[in-house]
Design a protein around this ligand. Structure first.
Ligand SMILES: [Zn+2]
Length: 149
């Protein structure tokens, strides 16, 4: 079976509407389609999708990854802590910024964390786990991921 690569995704020839779609469409796919449309909030599925996306990104270092994360307008990431066991990545301007909060404890950026997990796992050549520990939607002033190495 033939597969699309991330490089294929960059081949865009859309003369009138160009290479972007509105953020509300992305949010609708993420939150209404995946999160509300799948059983259990789409948890396992979203993780699988995110990891696969992360593994497909053409990056060979964490620096490359942070760069492409911003280029794809997922958010503006910065490393706020790094030691031999974990890396914390804060993300400003995440897609969720401005959304109303529904439940006090419910963070919504699981796909984005899974993208980081897939990409970092591939860069380091071993499994890592990523958890969202702060989210705009739960009242924090940015989203933040903890990467366990
Ligand atoms: Zn978030």
């Amino acid at each position: 079976m033939l597969h699309y690569s991330f490089e294929d995704m960059r081949q865009i020839d859309r003369s009138t509407l160009g290479n972007t779609v509105p953020l509300e469409l992305f949010r609708t796919i993420r939150l209404i389609g995946l999160n509300q449309g799948l059983p259990l909030g789409g948890k396992g599925t979203t993780l699988t999708i995110g990891r696969k996306i992360g593994e497909s990104l053409p990056v060979s270092s964490i620096e490359d990854l942070l760069h492409i994360f911003e280029e794809l307008k997922i958010g503006i990431p910065r490393i706020v802590h790094s030691d031999e066991r974990r890396i914390n990545i804060a993300v400003e301007d995440c897609f969720c910024k401005g959304l109303p909060s529904l439940e006090e404890e419910k963070m919504v950026c699981d796909l984005e964390g899974a993208i980081l997990e897939g990409a970092i796992g591939r860069i380091l050549g071993r499994k890592v786990s990523v958890k969202e520990i702060k989210c705009n939607v739960t009242g924090h002033d940015h989203c933040e991921y903890e990467v366990k190495l």
